[in-house]
Design a protein around this ligand. Structure first.
Ligand code: NI
Length: 257
């Protein structure tokens, strides 16, 4: 029986959970061995909803931040609003924040960089870890991280092992999820084989990125068991050990007892 699944990155505020959120978060996930979840905000509204989820469920903690796709139209006082959410005790990270060059129509590069930098500064000021989103922007994201040197994790890591090494050199964690179970996930598999276990976090990005055999379906934190199984197989270790170590890593990074 699997236990101690810690999901370092999920979006249970997503409308795909509207129908059964209460059952899932109330008991279903815990019965399947989930002991901790970090729900991530992507804009001011979902950061606020994240805060409400953390108040409602003991084992749920939160990140608050503005995702690059949501960075275009922000109220003038967005940073002050964000800061007040970040001061709440169960909000444990600034995230998700970063750069996304896949959806440039949503927000131009310069604006993305401006909003990213402002949040890296805020994280520094509040001494909080960051949760980084990096899609097709590996070079620029790395430059920002090298400049600000935050504690934190690059979530749903999609870069090469060479990029992973640069992230690890900065003392940061690598977040892996369902992608490691996909066919042709060459980069993610190489990283899963080589990353030091004490620097690995597991995540879903639920409702997205469900692992095989649920690929394309709605993801939830219990399916991390399939990710742990794949990583255990790649490294020749017990999947439960992968779950235990990565849960401990999440608790350490996010300061959760
Ligand atoms: Ni996400």
């Amino acid at each position: 029986m699997i236990h101690s699944i810690f999901d370092s990155h999920a979006h249970y505020d997503d409308e795909q959970f509207d129908e059964d959120r209460e059952q899932l978060l109330g008991w279903v996930l815990q019965e399947k061995g989930v002991t901790g979840i970090i729900n991530m905000g992507a804009d001011l509204k979902s950061s606020q909803t994240t805060l409400e989820l953390t108040r409602r469920y003991d084992y749920i903690f939160g990140g608050a931040g503005v995702h690059p796709e949501c960075a275009r139209d922000l109220p003038e006082d967005w940073l002050a609003q964000l800061q007040s959410i970040l001061r709440e005790p169960k909000i444990v990270a600034v995230g998700e924040i970063g750069l996304d060059y896949h959806w440039l129509d949503e927000c131009p590069k310069d604006r993305q960089k401006e909003v990213f930098a402002a949040q890296l500064e805020l994280a520094q000021k509040l001494a909080m870890p960051v949760v980084i989103h990096d899609r097709e922007a590996h070079g620029d994201v790395l430059e920002f991280l090298q400049q600000y040197k935050p504690a934190g994790v690059v979530h749903c890591f999609s870069g090469s092992w060479e990029t992973a090494r640069e992230i690890l050199k900065l003392g940061m964690y690598i977040g892996l999820g369902g992608v490691v179970t996909f066919k042709n996930a060459r980069h993610a598999v190489e990283v899963a084989e080589k990353v030091p276990l004490e620097r690995l976090l597991l995540e879903t990005d639920a409702p997205y990125m469900a692992p095989v055999p649920y690929r394309g379906k709605r993801n939830d934190s219990s399916l991390i068991a399939f990710v742990a199984e794949k990583i255990g197989e790649l490294r020749g270790i017990d999947p439960q050990a992968v779950l235990d170590i990565t849960a401990e890593n999440s608790r350490k990074l996010f300061g959760i007892a």
